[in-house]
Unconditional design. Structure first.
Length: 144
């Protein structure tokens, strides 16, 4: 079980790399969005693409925060060893107290938790993919 938790934690930490790339694309959106203030002619299509790119970037940032939290939790619980069951129970109670987990999810098997956490990583990756598509569309529109 410990190796499984460590592997999931390592996979979830890859979300940080996705976030760095997403942040770069969001910065590109801001720069292009500010371009009319630097003297370039304003373009409604470019403004809409920049807005869409920023919205996708914000969504990616949300999923990145969730993925980063899960990565840290999986890492710490992988180090719990013999105390995994008691640590899991304590984690469930803390999550419920903070309103981050409902009572039906308490006591789930770690394989289900891992699937859920990796699902968050996939959502983060999809937001980044959406940003890439928006940038490609922007280049197609601008240079076509």
């Amino acid at each position: 079980m410990q190796a499984d938790l460590l592997l999931v934690a390592a996979l979830l930490r890859r979300g940080r790399s996705l976030d760095h790339f997403s942040s770069t694309l969001s910065l590109v959106a801001v720069l292009f969005g500010l371009a009319p203030w630097l003297g370039t002619p304003p373009s409604l299509i470019l403004a809409l693409l920049c807005a869409a790119l920023l919205v996708a970037g914000l969504a990616e940032k949300y999923w990145e925060l969730r993925v980063a939290l899960d990565a840290e939790l999986f890492q710490r619980l992988a180090e719990a060893g013999e105390q995994l069951d008691s640590q899991t129970h304590a984690l469930d109670q803390a999550l419920q107290k903070l309103g981050l987990q409902n009572a039906q999810q308490a006591g789930r098997d770690w394989s289900l938790r891992a699937q859920g956490a990796l699902g968050l990583l996939r959502k983060q990756a999809l937001c980044l993919l959406l940003q890439i598509v928006i940038v490609a569309l922007g280049f197609f529109i601008v240079f076509a």
